[in-house]
Write a protein that binds this ligand. Structure first.
Ligand code: CUA
Length: 313
């Protein structure tokens, strides 16, 4: 059955479970349309020529009807249309009925970008990563005008609007990277509102989703996590108790006496400097043990640590 169509229509590579069925019904409808256009036009032209008026006095033939022909051209198209409807309905019903175990991903549309949020909070802009062979349900909402989420390779498209959630689902069947379009004119950036669907192995997906860095966490949470990871607590208490280094309790805004006789009011820049270069301004009485340096620490990590330290009042 699927060796059809007769005429190959140019379609992107099919990468969802129903893509071949969508292509099949699409090709069938297109072929029937072509057959009707050329069949009807051809017969019309032939008959016009064949039965043209040959002289000024030729009488017009008196033809009433032909029951056989009329029955055939009523019954055959009706059956064809019923078939097209039934086939389309079965596939459509499947496309609108996500399985209960589908992986849910939120899609947020903005002028002019796509944002994706996975169930554990992992966020991504433009790039939608999904695991191979697993049903995925997208829960979509717009934050401004109407957009439309379209992945030709999956044969799915759905409007994304502001006042309700719309959804679509699919099961990717092939690893690779596929184009995401916005298919609803949404302003001057519409044509640039692109994205890419990345189908990866389930293991790669797990790694991807679990890799939550500073982008997804609030700076405070990120800083708190780093505080543990980098073992800051080894030398700095957070409850005011004495330790190898100054306690961080109530540190922010505090006036510190330094080893060189100066004083400093602890602000963001002092904390930043002390993380990057612990030797720069040593608090009086803490020369015994040097604080280790953290080469490669990022601005985001520093901002996170500062945000966390501010809360230790
Ligand atoms: Cu968004 Cu077009």
């Amino acid at each position: 059955m699927f060796s059809y169509p007769v005429i190959p229509y140019p379609m992107p590579e099919p990468v969802s479970t129903w893509a071949s069925q969508v292509d099949w019904i699409n090709a069938l409808i297109s072929d029937i349309s072509l057959f009707c256009i050329f069949g009807i036009t051809g017969v019309m032209v032939y008959l016009a020529v064949r039965y043209r008026r040959r002289s000024d006095h030729q009488p017009t033939a008196y033809i009433t009807h032909n029951a056989t022909i009329e029955t055939v051209w009523t019954v055959v198209p009706t059956l064809v249309v019923i078939y097209l409807f039934s086939y389309g309905f079965v596939v459509y019903r499947e496309m609108r009925t996500p399985p209960a175990n589908a992986l849910e991903i939120n899609v947020d549309a903005y002028k002019w970008r796509w944002e994706f949020q996975h169930s554990n909070g992992k966020k991504a802009t433009t790039e939608l990563v999904v695991p191979l062979g697993r049903p995925v349900r997208l829960i979509m909402k717009s934050h401004d005008v109407i957009h439309s989420f379209f992945v030709p390779a999956l044969r799915v498209k759905e409007d994304v609007v502001g006042h309700i959630y719309t959804y679509l689902w699919f099961t990717p069947t092939k690893l690779g990277e596929y184009q995401i379009f916005c298919a609803e004119y949404c302003g001057e950036g519409h044509s640039a509102m692109l994205g890419s669907l990345k189908v990866v192995s389930p293991e790669q997906y797990d790694d991807y989703v679990l890799d939550r860095t500073a982008v997804e966490l609030a700076p405070f949470d990120f800083g708190k996590k780093l505080f543990t990871e980098k073992a800051c607590l080894t030398c700095h208490s957070t409850d005011g108790s004495p330790a190898i280094g100054p306690t961080l309790k109530g540190l922010f805004g505090r006036k510190e006496n330094l080893e060189d006789g100066n004083t400093v009011v602890v602000d963001e820049n002092y904390l930043r400097e002390s993380i990057l270069n612990p030797e720069a301004k040593i608090v009086r009485g803490f020369t015994q043990t040097k604080m280790p340096q953290f080469p490669g620490i990022s601005d985001k990590e520093i901002a996170g640590l500062i945000a966390y330290m501010k809360t230790l009042s």
